[in-house]
Design a protein around this ligand. Structure first.
Ligand code: PLP
Length: 462
């Protein structure tokens, strides 16, 4: 087995000093006075202070050490404070800290070369952005200009970012306060076997019926009016539901039939998360555009990007592309990307993530199904898993209605933290997404803690 990745075991470091704990308390107070948080009712939150982080571990404001099963927002793929990535950023800062995007520079060129090397052969060009939302905004702009069409199709149960078009592309209810259906985006039902919208009993039926549905949407919207279909190859925030075999291939075929650009949003799952460099590779498809962010730098410096194939590129070879960003390909981010990809290769992290999914996390998490009546489904791959909680296994009624997060989820997180692991929760699901180079031992320690914390949910089962 590919266990060559370094164990990101508990570092030997000193406990958090009294001075640092005091600084953390002051930081919390200042946060509450001056920092405006994403997606939050500002006066209803109690943000967790993080004072230190190394490998798969973080230290909270009270000095407690916790396993980070969130990879923060699923971006510290190479773990916290990886020495090679930290060093590369420091060296880049000392050498050429910043430069405007119109100039060539060594770090950015090298990052583009390494990224394109990981993608299909006819994807040779990268437009760098600052994160995932702006990558998707630019991907859609490119597809619209390339095709001369305006409509874009995206899935309900998806997340594509928080800027205006990206939140409209998003399917989950967070888009509703900002969505006036005037942006050219049309949503469709994705393939999601556990909660099939099509009455499917298995993956085969789900793939077939979800594709028929998409084909109908394309027909009713007018195939020759659709610029792009954008899809997460394994939808993340909306539930880590792996598409059934054949589904993405079918979407690819449909796009080819109608000249629609296929944008694959790899922002959350790219760079090893699922045990492949990019999650679309599991399905054996070639996208026209791949968007990425997060894991490309392990989140050490913000970076995203749009990687496009030769056909898209050729639309802007002689005609200017009308768009840009001050920090496109920022040298510090580019240096972090080069170091991240290099470390992932040298330490065989992607192979390790695949092994973790097949041999460690998958089998251990599957036991939750046996031990907890509140667990309705366990699914995922690599270092990317969801545990879906239900009030009733027969009806699959979620522990909370769609669009709401019940109070019990907060209690599960509190219990898990008490037992030394920080999980990510969304609505009625717990997401397990540690750094992809976590050691098997740490992964199992965290899963045992989560197992114990799930007892809280069992009390809510009918
Ligand atoms: N696309 C996907 C699939 C994501 O998961 C995210 C963020 O979670 C985004 C886009 C938005 O990325 P960012 O927050 O960097 O703008």
């Amino acid at each position: 087995p590919a266990t060559g990745a370094p164990a990101s075991g508990a570092p030997a470091g000193d406990p958090i000093s009294a001075e640092r704990l005091a600084a953390g308390r002051r930081a919390y107070d200042l946060d509450r006075q001056h920092v405006f948080h994403s997606w939050s009712a500002q006066e209803k939150i109690t943000p967790m202070t993080i004072l230190d982080a190394e490998g798969s571990w973080i230290w909270d404001g009270d000095g407690n050490r916790l396993l980070d099963f969130t990879s923060q927002l699923i971006f510290t793929n190479a773990g916290h404070r990886h020495p090679a990535i930290v060093r590369a950023i420091q060296e880049q800062a000392a050498e050429l800290c910043t430069v405007a995007p119109q100039h060539a520079n060594i770090a950015r060129s090298e990052a583009a070369r390494l990224i394109t090397e990981l993608l299909p052969e006819d994807i040779q060009h990268v437009f760098f952005t600052n994160g995932g939302a702006d990558a998707n905004e630019h991907a859609v702009r490119m597809a619209r200009l390339h095709t001369g069409r305006h409509k874009v199709l995206s899935a309900y149960r998806s997340y594509h970012g928080g800027t205006q078009l990206a939140i409209n592309l998003t399917g989950d209810p967070r888009r509703l306060p900002s969505d006036h259906a005037a942006d050219g985006v049309v949503h469709f039902m994705p393939a999601y076997t556990y909660r099939s919208h099509f009455g499917a009993q298995d993956d085969h039926q789900e793939a077939e019926r979800a594709l028929q549905h998409l084909q109908d949407v394309v027909a009713y919207e007018g195939g020759d009016q659709i610029a792009a279909i954008i899809l997460e190859p394994v939808p993340g925030t909306a539930g880590i539901y792996v598409p059934p075999p054949g589904y993405l291939k079918g979407v690819r075929r449909l796009c080819d039939e109608h000249g629609i650009v296929l944008i694959i949003d790899e922002v959350m799952v790219g760079f090893g998360r699922t045990g492949a460099w990019f999650a679309h590779q599991h399905a054996g498809i070639e996208p026209d555009i791949v968007t990425f962010a997060k894991g490309v730098t392990s989140g050490y410096v913000p970076m995203g990007g749009v990687a496009m194939d030769d056909a898209i590129y050729s639309s802007f070879a002689q005609t200017p592309y009308p768009g840009g960003l001050t920090y496109s390909g920022h040298p510090l981010a580019a240096a972090a990307a080069v170091a991240t990809i290099t470390a992932m290769r040298e330490e065989r992290m992607v192979e390790h993530a695949r092994w973790l999914g097949e041999e460690v996390i998958g089998p251990r998490a599957a036991r939750f199904l046996e031990d907890h009546p509140s667990v309705g489904d366990v699914r995922g791959l690599g270092a990317f898993w969801a545990v879906e909680l239900v009030a009733d296994r027969q009806t699959r009624a979620p522990l909370a209605p769609y669009g709401q997060t019940p109070e019990v989820m907060g209690r599960i997180v509190a219990e898990a933290k008490h037992r030394g692991v920080l999980p990510f929760t969304n609505m009625n699901r717990i997401h397990i997404a540690p750094p992809i180079n976590i050691s098997a031992e740490d992964a199992l320690t965290g899963l045992d803690a989560l197992d114990a914390a799930l007892a809280v949910a069992d009390d809510h089962v009918a």
